[in-house]
Design a protein around this ligand. Structure first.
Ligand code: ATP
Ligand code: MG
Length: 295
């Protein structure tokens, strides 16, 4: 099982079953990191400080700081290769950061010192917990091809959260209705369009009741005519007040839905600000140059 499948709430494996016995697993999002509240004054959902990551000798993240309050929608934009996916993957520990601090809903990732002065997560169980707290939606959907849509959505709640089957199905039906897939419950992913697959993947992530949602270019693998249906679903989640970090090339969407836009350039936060400020009056030449290429 790949780490991505694992992170996207994969499932029936014994490793994942074990985590259901750890504190915090299965608690509702509201119990720890509430959703649906205004951003101001309600506390921090994500705090990243001084995050660095290299691949071999190549530094990819050079000290990223990023904060999302509860209910915030933060869009992360930047050129290809600027480190957007790596940053997101470090936040839910699909990648091991070299250094820096990550805090998700009040829980600071415990690091241990490794060789060459680099550190890594110290606690496997914490990694699993963080990955559920910060549920990820991938560009390439990552649905299980041998499961129907409904099975994809109920599998992890049953095996990881140990939800009773009926409760998992009821919740899944509600989520699949919300993403407009009530008529596809028994379809296998290969019989769905890309947009439908991505909506099913969003329902699957929601089924684990994440407190923060991480989207890594959720529409960039889609044919243009299918982008809108996925953005509509994401917009619905924004309207619910969910906390999300959204890596996207959909600049207009980012502008409309974000509380803050973060522009990454060569592994650093070059500029961040409210969408109106960043899109209309960028301070940095690099931001200006990037935006000129986008519009
Ligand atoms: N597993 C890896 N091994 C080696 N280098 C990697 C790995 N993953 C990413 N990189 C490199 O790190 C840099 C940042 O990659 P990343 O995928 O984070 O960029 P990105 O901003 O998401 O780009 P895109 O918009 O194309 O998705 C790139 O130069 C990429 O080649
Ligand atoms: Mg990427």
């Amino acid at each position: 099982m790949s780490d991505e499948m694992f992170a996207s709430d994969a499932v029936a494996g014994s490793v994942l079953k074990r985590v259901a016995h750890y504190p915090g697993v299965g608690s509702s999002p509201e119990s720890f990191c509430p959703i649906g509240q205004a951003a101001s004054g309600v506390g921090r959902a994500v705090a990243v400080r001084g995050l660095t990551k290299s691949y071999g000798d190549v530094p990819v993240l050079k000290g990223i700081d990023l904060t999302a309050n509860q209910g915030d929608v933060i869009s992360i934009i930047g050129a290809s290769g600027s480190g957007k996916s790596t940053a997101l993957r470090c936040i839910n520990l699909l990648e091991t950061p070299d250094a820096g601090e990550i805090e998700i809903c009040g829980e600071v990732v415990r690091m241990r010192s490794g060789s060459h002065g680099r550190n890594g997560p110290a606690d496997r169980h914490q990694i699993e917990r963080i990955r559920r707290t910060a549920g990820m939606v991938f560009q390439s959907f990552n649905l299980w091809s041998h499961f129907t849509v409904l099975q994809n959505v109920i599998e992890a709640p049953i095996h990881v959260l140990q939800k009773p089957r009926k409760e998992a199905i009821d919740h899944a039906l509600h989520l699949l209705e919300k993403v407009g897939l009530s008529d596809k419950l028994n379809h296998y992913p290969s019989r769905l369009s890309g947009g439908q697959q991505q909506r099913a993947a969003i329902a699957r992530t929601l089924a684990m009741q994440p407190k923060v949602m991480l989207f890594d270019e959720p529409t960039s693998a889609l044919d243009p005519e299918l982008v809108g249906e996925v953005l509509r679903v994401i917009r619905g989640l924004v309207e619910e007040g969910r906390t999300m970090l959204l890596v996207t090339h959909e600049m207009r969407f980012a502008r409309e839905v974000s509380d803050k836009v973060v522009f990454l350039h060569q592994g650093r936060v070059e500029e961040e600000g409210a969408p109106d400020q960043l899109f209309n009056q960028p301070v940095s030449d690099q931001t200006r140059k990037f935006l000129r290429q986008q519009f």
